[in-house]
Design a protein around this ligand. Structure first.
Ligand code: FAD
Length: 436
């Protein structure tokens, strides 16, 4: 295609979609290139358990500025979480249960100790360089938990509360979690409410459709990009089937774990290359479970690596049955599960429970994701991600995986995509002025 676009946006997840919308509504000529035959990336709704469910990212919150402004702009509301219910947790190999007050009575002091320094480390959560955090950048979540000198019971309880977000405590750095807590006044519980409680009415598709209705970008689906070459005066983008697209500037809004599948020239700085090579370690996923009958609401938490199901919660009633959602820290373990296996795992906590159906999309096995939500490795959150966010000639990276605010979320993707669009738009305007 000989046409020269102002901007080529590569990857149509939330980051790419918002970047394409913002740039095209500003009058730029934009092309959006997406590998899949659909838009939305790691936010995707599918027929599952007798209804349509968000199989990837789904929860949002009114405290998230970019997300909330989009939802308000399009008149989309959020669904409240299912209230109440009994809590169950696995600690010291045994099942424990209690009311929410009893559970949080044990959990809250542990979380307070774990995140005590979050606001000192990230006093300005939107500016990761406000304080020198080199000292903690290599600290893992496991190191942090070890430093608290907990009993094995306390350790299991603390690991259970964190298990909805992690793959393994040794693979993730503590820095991202500290910054997440700092964003919510140093309170991990507040952060956790934003991360996993309120779903979008109509699901993520309603938001994606609304954003798309505003864009004039040319959209090419089933168009995986294989190479991006910045030649100075223009960027040449080649697809796997040999087509070429040309643009003055490019926004690369790909999952971190698929960037290495694309040849990028000129080479990126060492720290950015290293982050791309080391990848996002979150090999985790989200399982939907349909349970027979309208059961009493419940919540179950187990430590990552010690049980196949980790953070389970009843979500809603559906035609006389109950839908529960489970965050599973290990994709490999859950991918092999069937409804009977999930029932056996649930019965340990709630005897007599009857699983009717389960639904799972493996984002790890998905060639255009190769992993779940972003939880940085130690050593990259305040280094490699910062490097990737900088402009590289006419190439600008974006995405929830490298976002400065709320990395690993829809909010992170939207804010990063909007920021990339603004940066590129300003640059294009400067270039045009210089040419006059
Ligand atoms: C199971 C799961 C649960 C989650 N839960 C939540 C939640 O409740 N709340 C929340 O806020 N966040 C959640 N997240 C995280 C959230 O979904 C992501 O942070 C966000 O969707 C990332 O958006 P993105 O646009 O940066 O990346 P993506 O959505 O991954 O978009 C990147 C796009 O690039 C495309 N692509 C890949 N390779 C190529 C190529 N070579 N050429 C062209 N296109 C390519 C992909 O197909 C994709 O469409 C969850 C994620 C997962 C996986």
């Amino acid at each position: 295609m000989d046409e020269l676009f102002d901007v080529a946006v590569i990857g149509a997840g939330m980051a790419g979609i918002i970047a394409a919308r913002d740039l095209s509504t500003k009058g730029h000529k934009v092309v959006l290139l997406e590998a899949r035959d659909r838009l939305g990336g790691r936010t995707h709704m599918d027929d599952a358990c007798g209804t349509v469910l968000d199989m990837g990212g789904g929860y949002v919150h009114w405290t998230q500025p970019y997300t909330w402004s989009e939802l308000k702009r399009h008149g989309i509301l959020v669904n409240p979480p299912m209230e109440g219910g009994r809590h169950y947790w696995l600690a010291d190999g045994a099942v424990h249960s209690g009311s929410a007050e009893e559970f949080y009575g044990i959990v809250s002091p542990l979380l307070e100790r774990m995140f005590a320094d979050s606001r000192l480390r990230f006093p300005l959560p939107f500016d990761h360089a406000a304080v020198d955090n080199a000292e903690i950048e290599n600290e893992t979540i496991e190191d942090r938990i070890n430093s608290l000198n907990l009993s094995s019971y306390e350790r299991d309880v603390l690991e259970s509360v964190l298990s909805g977000l992690v793959h393994s405590y040794k693979d993730h750095g503590i820095a991202q979690l500290l910054q997440s807590a700092a964003t919510y006044f140093g309170n991990y519980g507040c952060f956790f409410e934003t991360a996993g409680s309120w779903g979008i009415q109509g699901g993520t598709k309603s938001l994606i459709d609304a954003i798309l209705a505003e864009t004039t970008a040319r959209i090419f689906l089933s168009t995986p990009v294989s190479s991006i070459v910045d030649e100075g005066s223009k960027v040449t983008i080649e697809t796997r089937d040999g087509r070429q697209f040309y643009a003055r500037s490019t926004i690369v809004a790909l999952p971190l774990n698929t960037i290495s599948d694309v040849h990028i020239s000129p080479d990126l700085p060492a720290m950015a290359r290293s982050m791309i090579a080391k990848k996002n370690p979150t090999m985790a996923g989200k399982l939907w479970i349909r349970i027979r009958g309208e059961v009493e609401p419940f919540s179950i938490a187990t430590p990552a690596g010690k049980y196949p199901l980790n953070a389970i919660r009843t979500e809603k009633y559906l035609n006389g049955d109950t839908l529960a959602l489970c965050m599973c820290s290990d994709d490999a373990a859950i991918r092999a599960e069937n409804a009977q296996g999930v029932q056996t795992a649930l019965e340990k906590f709630i005897p007599g429970i009857e699983v009717v159906d389960i639904a799972y999309h493996s984002w790890v096995a998905d060639e255009f994701a190769k992993g779940g939500w972003m939880m940085n490795r130690p050593g990259f959150f305040t280094t490699g991600a910062v490097e990737l966010r900088k402009p590289h000639g006419n190439i600008q990276f974006a995405g929830g995986d490298i976002s400065e605010s709320e990395a690993g979320s829809i909010e992170g993707a939207l804010s990063s995509g909007a920021h990339a669009a603004r940066t590129v738009s300003i640059k294009l305007a400067k270039r045009e002025t210089a040419q006059l």
